[in-house]
Design a protein around this ligand. Structure first.
Ligand SMILES: NC(=O)c1ccc[n+]([C@@H]2O[C@H](COP(=O)([O-])OP(=O)(O)OC[C@H]3O[C@@H](n4cnc5c(N)ncnc54)[C@H](OP(=O)(O)O)[C@@H]3O)[C@@H](O)[C@H]2O)c1
Length: 261
């Protein structure tokens, strides 16, 4: 079986740049997302740099059988993951009770269930190749998130799960890193129904930089990495504040970014 790096959500934003960064470091890739045309274009772009052409797998991670289908497809192609990058995810802006409930459950399916299944499905081959798992969380993981309650909660899960898995798999030679980006200008904002506020400029990083930070942290075996000094300071400060105040601040920010104020 040929070792590969599996990257979900590679059709845009941070995931596409993670693919470029892993490819530049010599990884052979399998790219996963729903939009096959985007994945094929990215595979062509990477192949044009002289790197091996990534395999492309169009898959909706909301599907209950997504991880099993992915595993079967990899086996059929003679591939097995040395690294898994769980990057696919989306948010929804608005009060949880008012947002479409089914859409919020679909968010849990992608951000939490699929990420968990893909983190666990290939542990034997990750051990064989002394590889690792990069799970994309968010600085939202450190905060309660009125205005995006389910999204923030999914990212708190990703952080908690990844830290525990880091500890559990360390003895087996498998690295696990939670990457926590702050604001990054991608399709995420339009998909979530929000806009980056002017103040986000102070904390914003380009997706390529976030991908490089995630790659380096994973290869170093770092448990958690918050992308960017400004974001690290902001999260350290919010942890000194009482939760009642943090809730009011996040709620205020959500009203601005959703255009409600
Ligand atoms: N942008 C930010 O400010 C920010 C900040 C912190 C954390 N993050 C996290 O970073 C990760 C990447 O987000 P991004 O900013 O790069 O957003 P993006 O540009 O919207 O990319 C999201 C990716 O996830 C994939 N995806 C979404 N739903 C999927 C599904 N049902 N099945 C398969 N793939 C699916 C999308 O592919 P298809 O639509 O083609 O399926 C796309 O490739 C997410 O986990 C996000 O929560 C983003």
């Amino acid at each position: 079986m040929k070792p590969v790096t599996l990257i979900t959500g590679a059709s845009s934003g941070i995931g596409a740049d993670l693919a470029r960064v892993f490819a530049a470091h010599g990884h052979e890739l399998v790219l996963v997302a729903r939009r096959e045309d985007r994945l094929t274009a990215l595979a062509g772009e990477i192949a044009a740099t002289g790197r091996p052409r990534p395999a492309v797998l169009a898959l909706d991670l909301v599907r209950r059988d997504a991880a099993a289908a992915l595993a079967a497809e990899l086996a059929a192609r003679g591939l097995e993951p040395a690294f898994v990058v769980n990057n696919a995810g989306f948010g929804l802006s608005g009060a949880a009770a008012d947002l479409d409930h089914a859409e919020q459950f679909a968010m849990i399916d992608v951000n939490v269930r699929a990420l968990t299944e893909l983190s666990l499905a290939f542990v034997d081959s990750l051990v064989r190749h002394r590889g690792g798992i990069l799970n994309v969380a968010s600085i939202a993981a450190f905060l309660p998130g009125p205005g995006m309650a389910v999204y923030y909660a999914t990212k708190a899960y990703v952080l908690s799960f990844s830290e525990a898995l880091h500890h559990e798999l360390a003895g087996r030679g498998v690295r696990v890193t939670a990457l926590c980006p702050g604001p990054v200008r991608t399709e995420f904002q339009a998909r979530s129904g929000m806009q980056l506020p002017a103040v986000a400029k102070l904390f914003e990083l380009p997706p390529r930089r976030v991908a490089e930070i995630g790659y380096s942290a994973l290869m170093r075996g770092q448990r958690v990495v918050i992308a960017g000094t400004g974001n690290r300071i902001a999260i350290a400060l919010t942890r000194l504040l009482p939760n009642a105040l943090v809730l009011r601040l996040v709620d205020q920010r959500a009203k601005v970014t959703s255009g409600a104020q």
